[in-house]
Write a new protein. Structure first.
Ligand code: OGA
Ligand code: MN
Length: 301
């Protein structure tokens, strides 16, 4: 009898989904066994506080929510985003004119590299990484260009107590330089990312724990995204790398993920404190255009 090395025991004592949670304003359909839900019955251009309370509850539970067939302007996307908190600014891509918090994420037909094409958590390289990201699809290829999401709480829960304790004692050195500096990934190719530079933000380093505690749910989550982590604190690179590889491979195992197929008018909102995501680059010759807003977060602990 052979056992796959990539299989995990189901932790039945710590379910991710709580089926007793009830909603009266919205419908919530989970998209996988451990992360993601599609929400229907709501127009995000105009939501009242009671509806937002339900959306927020569903969001904490499912970590990434998907909405379809939304018709919203950048101002309306900002209005929805403000329910979550204060809007963040992004230092490496110019914003929409008149909307300093709305960043166009565009892949043109002849662009080779896509934005976010590796597992990551948004702006984890800041002292206060973005809490949430709200991505709204304007134009998408007829197929391809999906986004994958992985639950970092499910990944943490699936580790053995010994590994949880060991990783719980580690910190990592976060930096934007690996992708955004003049030596970084995005500078080596023609990409809109290369058009705006913030040297100070490129070069800054911040230390965050490899296991962070979600400030609202109290759940522990792995917090180590390879594109934004240089090495582990107090370790040399060659000592850090095998541990970082283990964490990345484990954290993004298929059973911790869900996958979203976009349509024009689709909107996703994910919790960067406990989710990593990955934009697939499988639509050569096609155009894709999204508007993105990030919400300010806290110092991870
Ligand atoms: C992002 C990102 C994913 C996508 O906006 O932060 O990673 O599918 N985008 O465009
Ligand atoms: Mn991203």
């Amino acid at each position: 009898m052979s056992q796959s090395v990539s299989s995990f025991e189901t932790t039945s004592d710590s379910p991710t989904m709580d089926s007793s949670v009830k909603y009266t304003k919205i419908r919530v359909e989970p998209t996988s066994g451990c992360i993601g839900a599609e929400v229907s019955g709501v127009d995000l251009a105009k939501i009242d506080d009671e509806t937002f309370e339900e959306i927020h509850r569903a969001w904490l539970e499912h970590q990434v929510l998907f909405f379809r067939d939304q018709k919203i302007t950048p101002s309306e996307q900002e209005g929805f985003a403000r329910h979550f908190g204060e809007l963040d600014t992004y230092p490496f891509i110019p914003s929409l004119p008149d909307h300093p918090h709305v960043i166009p994420i565009v892949k043109e037909r002849d662009t080779k590299l896509n934005f976010g094409g590796g597992w990551h958590s948004d702006m984890s390289y800041q002292e206060k990484p973005s809490m949430a990201t709200i991505l709204y699809a304007l134009e998408v290829p007829p197929h391809g260009g999906d986004t994958l999401f992985a639950s970092m709480t499910a990944a943490y829960d699936a580790l053995s107590p010994g590994m949880q304790t060991m990783l719980g004692n580690l910190n990592a050195v976060f930096t934007a330089a690996k992708v955004h500096s003049s030596e970084g990934l995005y500078s080596k190719v023609d990409h809109p990312m290369g058009k705006k530079k913030d040297e100070a933000k490129e070069q800054a380093r911040f230390i965050h724990p490899v296991v962070r505690t979600h400030p609202e749910t109290g759940r522990k989550a792995l917090y180590m995204d390879a594109p934004h982590v240089e090495r582990l604190e107090n370790m040399r690179l060659h000592e850090s790398q095998p541990l970082m590889d283990f964490i990345s491979n484990h954290a993004t195992s298929p059973q911790f993920t869900t996958r979203f197929r976009w349509q024009p008018g689709s909107l996703a909102v994910w919790d960067n404190r406990c989710v990593q995501h990955y934009a697939l680059n499988d639509y050569p010759g096609q155009r894709r255009e999204m508007n993105r807003i990030t919400i300010k977060g806290d110092v991870p602990y």
